[in-house]
Design a binder for this molecule. Structure first.
Ligand code: RUQ
Ligand code: CUA
Length: 665
């Protein structure tokens, strides 16, 4: 506990770090809002917000989209978790998106997001996200706001320092939080053989310039430590990547104590251009692994999942000039690079200062071999030789830093619950503002790119506390919006978030909104079970499999009367929404189905699998209010016992009862 106690100033801090929040409540956090705040966040009804804010959903596994400055929630994009609202992970088409080498995984823990960039500026094409638990990286297409691709990461566990990107989106990285025995090695070893058997792994995932398609280009085999966060170099430091790492003690138990022993851990500088050269020169070793690669096709409206079996690995111990360690005080967490690419900020979560490293000095130190030794075969640069300077007494427990593009940085302080603005050149603190409560990540639109658009900073709190009306034992998560256009940072709004918010991205709305897909063109729908009009609808039996080709249009399904389904049948409802207008989705649900609804966009086909569990009458209906006669949008399917001779019949508007009767039996 020595490390922790050495910087205790406010009583209650030990508890704050070790157990959680206690009595160290920031002063004035409750009434820091001044009079004109309301007008700054007021977006009149019918008016659009100025920015999109993509916020990680933490342990919800999803991504939420807010408009700023109003903080109106616009959408939850399902990424790593099933979402019954949208049928994601329930429809036959979307299930493969959640396939992994472990099988179907319905959940994950989404921590970070990064928007694609061209020349170091946000280009509005894609946003990437990481799955922390079963390591994966997802790409969301911002024309549809759909998860378009998910790639699993082998040789990893706890994919945390991810999915940060290079300035032209050449690569998305994924660094393992847990070091583990590599997948092709025997993992059935003693846990306390960590130092010998456990390895770190950093993956470079290439992104196709045109399609966005991802592939694991190579992995770096690294010393066994915990990789925490990362950011790419930019401008002069483009070609380098920086990763914070902790647990250089290589502890395998009680990390809270045993991984807090050393005064300094590391930031690992990676020369990825050099790694590319080695890969080209054939220096990588092909290892056998197993990982899933899942792709959603917007023409077939279907995902496919393939298991890949090989990865190229570069050994950073052998190939000396790829990686360098820079000592960084006390378990660094955030690792952020300023817009010029010259300054690298390491945030030691147990540190009482912020070291700022200079890229130029680092390059000189590497050229002069100004090393203090090596760590597990990786050269360790002398701290002072890479250091630009330290921000003294900035606050307690720095976690993350973003940049305003005007020469300033803003850092969150978890322990002292505040954000602090400081000047990058002279390292002087300029302003501080209390937050509520224990902030982690923060986000300035473009704040990790070459061109920040610094009107606002949004701060994401780690601890829920009692900021809103109580909702039982689990409280609302919270974010806070500050106006940073002036000298003083001004709190203007609080808003709750979905799941614990980690990193977020924000961008001017115009970069994205004009590229939005409004509906899918029916003539381009190549789903194998599409019905492009009611004339194409049918019910096809093949042994025990029944495929129902259904259309949905305001305000009926075709067919809406189906008979001849029998017990033991496996029924596939392929519903095509044949509307060709924006904003006319239809839904589909059937009584007793052991799955979620389908939500089908205009021009799209989606499939619900249904295995009736007893004979009888089963109603189905549209779940999404589509017209004044939405409530009439319904149908019946009759299920008969196995072996009965009920004929297969289907129709719409024709199956009328015989005159003067109550119908046939
Ligand atoms: S974390 S509070 Cu990104 Cu998972 Cu920093
Ligand atoms: Cu279609 Cu409601």
């Amino acid at each position: 506990m020595k490390n922790i106690q050495s910087f205790i100033i406010c009583s209650g801090l030990v508890t704050a770090i070790v157990i959680g929040p206690s009595s160290c409540k920031p002063k004035n956090a409750g009434n820091a809002v001044s009079g004109d705040a309301a007008s700054k966040v007021y977006v009149a009804p019918g008016k659009y917000d100025e920015f999109y804010n993509f916020v990680s959903g933490g342990f919800s596994g999803q991504m939420s989209v807010y408009g700023l400055p109003s903080a109106r929630l616009l959408r939850v994009i399902p990424v790593f978790s099933v979402d019954p609202e949208k049928g994601y992970g329930y429809s036959e088409e979307s299930k493969p998106m959640l396939n992994t080498s472990h099988g179907f995984v319905p959940w994950d823990d989404l921590h970070h997001e990064d928007l694609s960039q061209t020349n170091g500026e946000i280009d509005g094409r894609w946003i990437f996200a990481n799955a922390n638990n079963t390591p994966r990286v997802a790409r969301v297409d911002l024309t549809t706001f759909h998860t378009a691709e998910i790639i699993e990461i082998p040789n990893s566990a706890g994919n945390h320092s991810s999915p940060f990107i290079t300035e032209n989106t050449e690569y998305v990285v994924a660094g393992t939080r847990f070091s583990v025995p590599p997948d092709n090695a025997n993992g059935d070893v003693a846990i306390n053989s960590y130092k010998k058997n456990f390895k770190g792994s950093i993956s470079f995932i290439s992104v196709d310039k045109v399609t966005g398609s991802m592939a694991i280009a190579f992995q770096l085999r690294c010393p066994g430590v915990n990789f925490d966060l990362s950011h790419a170099g930019k401008g002069k430091s483009n070609g380098w990547f920086f990763f914070s790492c902790y647990n250089t003690e290589q502890a395998n138990t009680l990390l809270e104590v045993n991984a807090s022993q050393r005064d300094k851990d590391f930031i690992m500088a990676v020369n990825w251009k050099k790694a590319e050269e080695y890969l080209k020169a054939g220096k990588a070793v092909k290892e056998s692994v197993k990982y899933a690669h899942n792709v959603y096709n917007e023409k077939t409206h279907s995902a496919t999942s393939e298991i890949r079996t090989e990865v190229m690995v570069l050994d950073t111990k052998e190939l000396k000039d790829i990686c360098y360690f820079i000592p960084c005080p006390k378990s660094p967490h955030g690792c952020d690079v300023d817009p010029t690419g010259e300054y690298i900020v390491g945030s030691g979560k147990l540190a009482a200062l912020i070291p700022v490293f200079s890229f130029d000095k680092l390059m000189k130190a590497i050229a002069a071999k100004d090393f203090i030794g090596d760590y597990d075969g990786i050269p360790v640069v002398k701290y002072e030789s890479a250091l630009y300077g330290e921000v003294k007494k900035p606050g307690l427990g720095p976690l993350h830093t973003e940049f305003d593009g005007k020469g300033n940085a803003i850092t969150t302080f978890f322990v002292s619950s505040e954000i602090v603005k400081w000047n990058i050149k002279d390292l002087k603190v300029l302003d501080r503002a209390p937050t509520y409560y224990s902030p982690g990540h923060l986000c300035i639109p473009g704040g990790d790119t070459k061109k920040p658009n610094a009107k606002y900073v949004i701060v994401y709190n780690k601890i829920t506390k009692d900021r809103y009306l109580p909702t039982g034992p689990e409280l609302a998560q919270s974010a806070q919006l500050f106006d940073i256009s002036g000298d003083k940072m001004q709190l203007i709004l609080d808003f709750p978030t979905i799941g614990e918010p980690h990193y977020a991205q924000a961008v001017a709305a115009d970069v994205i909104r004009n590229n939005s897909v409004k509906f899918y063109k029916l003539e381009e729908n190549t789903h194998p079970f599409v019905s492009k009009g009611e004339g194409e609808t049918k019910v096809v039996r093949k042994d025990k499999r029944v495929d129902i080709y259904l259309t949905a249009i305001r305000s009926h399904f075709a067919p809406d009367n189906i008979e001849g389904i029998k017990m033991g049948d496996e029924v596939y409802w392929h519903v095509t929404n044949i509307e060709q207008d924006w904003d006319v989705p239809h839904g589909f649900a059937i009584k007793g189905a052991l799955t979620a609804e389908l939500l089908i966009m205009p021009g799209e086909t989606q499939t619900l699998k249904w295995t009736p569990e007893k004979p009888g009458m089963y109603p189905f209906y549209c779940t999404d209010f589509c017209s004044a006669l939405h409530q009439e949008m319904q149908g019946y399917v009759r299920v008969s016992p196995a072996g009965s001779n009920t004929a297969l019949l289907f129709s719409t508007g024709k199956n009328m009862p015989p005159k003067d009767s109550a119908g046939t039996k």
